[in-house]
Design a protein around this ligand. Structure first.
Ligand SMILES: NC(=O)c1ccc[n+]([C@@H]2O[C@H](COP(=O)([O-])OP(=O)(O)OC[C@H]3O[C@@H](n4cnc5c(N)ncnc54)[C@H](OP(=O)(O)O)[C@@H]3O)[C@@H](O)[C@H]2O)c1
Length: 303
């Protein structure tokens, strides 16, 4: 039996990991997150509070649980919040990762860590694992620094870079798909950029990739994004189609019209061939991902 420690279990990715790991009796799992309570507390899952930026707490928890693998889904992932609260962003996305690397080295555990397309500037797509990084916002800078901490940490690791993750869960932060669907359901007009282009990723594919990395003997950086490259505008149109909502409410717009605190890279499309080949990563396209989200929101298939 493999012992797995999950960090960030209350997030979108963390909750999906919880459902998927629970379905496999080969794993003994301890879920942790920053909040005192587990948002899936109604499930018979082991949970304890853990702030990954607290070095002594990380050390004592890991020395007593002694996982074979640590799956890190914890992060400050709100791009604009990172731009405004830089100290906290660094603390979670860099210092937190340093703490996990240190304990992984000490007990010889594998660290599976999540990074982002925002390590790229979006000017020279498509990006593969060898492409030159050049983050243009603070979130991207902290995530790149986190990657570097893992790379030089002298541990067994996998870094999974992903893009526009969507799905649902209990109390989860808004994501692009949910934002589109909720607004259209309320009959509100939305503006979507046709010049922000990438591979949106259903969270189930990302969670599966993390689990694959925990069990497989592979080390390195992997691009684990969705199977299809689309603009935010086209993604919104597809969501309207699949959810039976009014496409006329979706207005085509340009990023230059945005007033977000953090600047976004324009085209961060990934090639995902390495992950397909080495870690059996076979993600959904946009239609498949949105069809699954529809079922999940209807409560038909929550695992
Ligand atoms: N969402 C996207 O579009 C996207 C795109 C590219 C990459 N990513 C990356 O994917 C990963 C997962 O993202 P997500 O969308 O699942 O994020 P999320 O829903 O915001 O979840 C992140 C979780 O991290 C936990 N956390 C924050 N600070 C912590 C700390 N100091 N110690 C322990 N836990 C802490 C929070 O826990 P509590 O709720 O318990 O406070 C939160 O639930 C992140 O690494 C993110 O950078 C996401």
């Amino acid at each position: 039996m493999k012992r797995i420690l999950v960090c960030g279990s209350n997030g979108l990715l963390g909750q999906k990991l919880a459902w998927m790991l629970a379905a496999n009796s080969e794993f003994e799992v301890l879920h942790t997150s920053h909040h005192r309570n587990f948002f899936l507390a109604h499930q018979p899952l082991d949970y304890t509070q853990l702030d990954i930026s607290n070095r002594s707490d990380v050390k004592s928890l890991v020395s007593s649980f002694r996982p074979d693998a640590i799956l890190n889904a914890a992060a400050m992932a709100d791009v604009d919040q990172c731009e405004k609260e830089r100290e906290q962003a660094w603390k979670v996305n860099v210092v937190g990762v340093e703490n996990l690397v240190e304990v992984a080295r000490r007990i010889n555990a594998k660290l599976v860590h999540i990074s982002t397309d925002y390590v790229f500037d979006g000017k020279t797509p498509p990006y593969d694992e060898q492409s030159r990084v050049n983050p243009i916002n603070y979130y991207g800078k902290t995530k790149l620094a986190g990657e570097n901490v893992v790379l030089i940490g002298d541990i067994d690791f996998a870094i999974l870079r992903t893009i526009v993750v969507y799905g649902t869960g209990v109390n989860v932060r808004n994501n692009f798909a949910l934002w589109v669907i909720r607004n259209l359901q309320e009959g509100k007009n939305i503006r979507c950029f046709d010049d922000q282009i990438s591979n949106p990723t259903h969270v189930q594919d990302l969670a599966q990739a993390m689990i694959n990395c925990a069990v497989e003997n592979r080390k390195g950086i992997y691009h684990t994004a969705g199977a299809e490259i689309v603009s935010r505008y086209d993604f919104a149109l597809r969501a309207a189609e699949i959810f039976g909502l009014d496409k006329e409410l979706i207005e085509r717009s340009k990023s230059s019209a945005s007033s977000f605190p953090a600047v976004r890279p324009l085209n961060t499309s990934f090639t995902i061939g390495k992950a397909k080949k080495e870690i059996h990563y076979h993600p959904m396209n946009v239609t498949q991902g949105l069809e699954l989200l529809k079922k999940e929101l209807q409560g038909i298939n929550l695992n």
